[in-house]
Design a protein around this ligand. Sequence first.
Ligand code: 5GP
Ligand code: MN
Length: 342
Amino acid sequence: MKLDFEKIEALKQLLSQPKKVVILSHTNPDGDAIGSSLAIAEVLKAQGHTVHCILPNRFPYYLKWMPCSDELIIHALDKLGVAQSVIEAADVVICADMSSLSRLEALTEIIATNTTAKRVLIDHHLSPSDEFDLIFSFPESSSTAYLVYEILKAAYGTEVFNQTIATLLYVGMITDTGNFAFSTINAELFRAAADLLETGIDVPTIYNNVYNSFTEGRARLFGYVINRKMKTLLKGTVAYLSLTEEEMRRFWFQQGDSEGFVNYPLSIKKVKMSAMFSEQQGGFIRVSLRSHGKVDVNTFARRYFNGGGHHNAAGGKSFMSMEDTIAHYIKAVEEYHNEGLV
Ligand code: 5GP
Ligand code: MN
């Protein structure tokens, strides 16, 4: 990765005196969002800054083991308005693992109107918006955590990586690469992981914490969704899954329980694109999209579901009923197919 030396200097300059820093990440935060935010926070706190990390909504229960995660401010649960007051007092706002302020949902307005803080973006999604003063955008980076590793290393040296920070960054790297398996990985990432391992992090325990820490309800819901709700299109090459609020209640659904389900149809050899539709509180449907190889779900998400993401992993929203959302998806897949895109 080629970091722009001038941008690193600009970041160091911005943080050359103790500052009030707020770190934000995207709605439905994942291991990369949380790991990246908390790792930056730990390093900046050690440099003498006052740092708060804010998320728009709750993170999955199986990530609660992550070091420092009890310090995260969850805006959706924040009745006292702590998030708003720390944002209003901030000198610097750092957005990690998101490419546009709109990914902050209810916080977007607060950032847009209640603060004149300098805005820094550290991200690996496609098409970063120009709402930021200092932009570190590397869509070719497999995770934001890897990018954070490179930025922190360039700014402060590898000495700043203790076991806590290394664990946080490692979680980000594995969550966004399917435990170092996706086409986005490269030798630089393995070198970075080697540096993190040298701090003494416990890789098997981290793996189990991330991948083997679910409830019985999630296992049973997974079986139900694959068995009863998986449908295919185009001779079995495109799949989709759906989950209603009633079904979630039936399986004692907890936030995060359906995370990863969308990947499963891609384990079928013929399947090259998969979608998951899940009803959300607030009356909309969350759309998750995954693909193999050339099939571009980022474009698909932008075109049909007002969303975005990466080439092989993207998402969006639908404000129609489940039935209409699925009908819209089926039509969109046909259109995409007729253009030779799937
Ligand atoms: P997931 O399916 O895990 O929610 O999201 C997969 C990828 O798509 C992530 O990189 C995420 O940031 C992106 N993504 C998910 N939902 C949206 C959305 O509503 N808008 C945009 N722009 N990106 C999204
Ligand atoms: Mn990410």
